[in-house]
Design a protein around this ligand. Structure first.
Ligand code: HEM
Length: 176
């Protein structure tokens, strides 16, 4: 048989419907698990540069050297934001942080005013905004909540100046 242009054209024409049918039945390899699906999704949206992982304020590099001034719990109360002339302090595990530059958060009417002027370690560990949990005694916290509390301490230490420590926290009450 002679291979003319018209023969080739008719062979190609015959192949087109075959290819179209084959394509209809073709589906991409099935993703077998959610993990694989997520990995695929990640690949597609791989960011050019690392995006910030949190909406929280960034850690600071301009903090003052930590101070070790003693505060009684009574003295600490004066720094709850109710007196606009005084700084606002939050204590965590006895460390006193100056949070004055986040007045809208810790000052009067702020979402986290509950933490101002006191050591409310227990509430931070429990992720609680209840007044009854705003206590320095975190002895009842299970390990996972102790971790949360320690993470908060670290968070504050990277963002707020340490101005002292609370010297008269009551001994942790036993939860037994
Ligand atoms: C619906 C629940 C909650 C939402 C939507 C929420 C939202 C937020 C947001 C948007 C911020 C960043 C604020 C900022 O940088 O100005 C923040 C910070 C914070 N949240 Fe919450 N929060 C919630 C629950 C809680 C609870 C239960 C606690 C109790 C421990 C808590 C403690 C904190 C603290 C200590 C900060 C750090 C503020 C700072 O010093 O920058 N939050 N939260």
């Amino acid at each position: 048989m002679e291979w003319t242009v018209s023969t080739l054209v008719s062979i190609l024409a015959a192949l087109i419907p075959v290819a179209a049918i084959a394509y209809q039945f073709y589906s991409p390899p099935a993703v077998t698990s959610i993990d694989e699906a997520n990995a695929e999704a990640d690949k597609e949206t791989e960011p050019e540069e690392e995006k910030p992982k949190t909406i929280m304020q960034a850690a600071r590099t301009d903090l003052d050297p930590p101070k070790d001034d003693p505060f009684t719990m009574e003295q600490l109360k004066e720094f709850d934001g109710s007196n606009a002339d005084k700084p606002i302090y939050v204590a965590i595990k006895g460390t006193v942080f100056d949070v004055s530059h986040k007045k809208e958060t810790y000052g009067p009417g702020g979402s986290y005013n509950l933490f101002a002027g006191k050591d409310a370690s227990k509430a931070l560990g429990k992720s609680s905004l209840k007044e009854e949990d705003a206590s320095s005694d975190y002895s009842s916290l299970p390990p996972n909540e102790l971790k949360v509390l320690n993470d908060w301490h670290e968070f504050f230490a990277k963002r707020y100046n340490i101005v002292g420590r609370v010297i008269d926290l009551p001994p942790p009450a036993s939860n037994l």
